[in-house]
Design a protein around this ligand. Structure first.
Ligand code: FES
Length: 111
């Protein structure tokens, strides 16, 4: 069993069906929780380019596309896949237990 001390419960699994996203507030930030083929991912909501909500973008297998200028971000690493965004966004570890989705503190690429 995973130690959930630093994790926060944000949703039930059936709140986020495959292909859907949910915007939640945890660890002092707005976070997009996405379900891709019943695997859950958590990525910062605010684009690293300008102040746009990735939650309002498009979720595809493996990435989320910013609604403002179209940069795609890798859903697992937060890395931008093309310009204009050049900086990554935070991603968060996700744990699912007993149909509850938990999010841990942000993972930083340089950590
Ligand atoms: S605000 Fe997201 S790509 Fe410009």
């Amino acid at each position: 069993m995973t130690n959930l001390d630093d994790f926060v419960a944000v949703a039930r699994t059936f709140d986020i069906t495959p292909g859907k996203m949910l915007r939640v507030n945890a660890h002092g930030a707005w976070i997009v929780v996405a379900n891709i083929e019943n695997e859950y991912f958590a990525i910062a909501d605010t684009c690293s380019h300008e102040d746009a909500s990735l939650y309002k973008g498009v979720l595809k297998s493996g990435y989320i596309r910013c609604p403002l200028h179209g940069s795609r971000f890798d859903i697992k690493t937060g890395q931008p896949l093309e310009e204009p965004a050049e900086e990554p966004v935070d991603v968060y570890p996700v744990c699912v237990q007993d149909n509850v989705v938990y999010i841990g503190p942000p993972l930083h690429e340089d950590a």
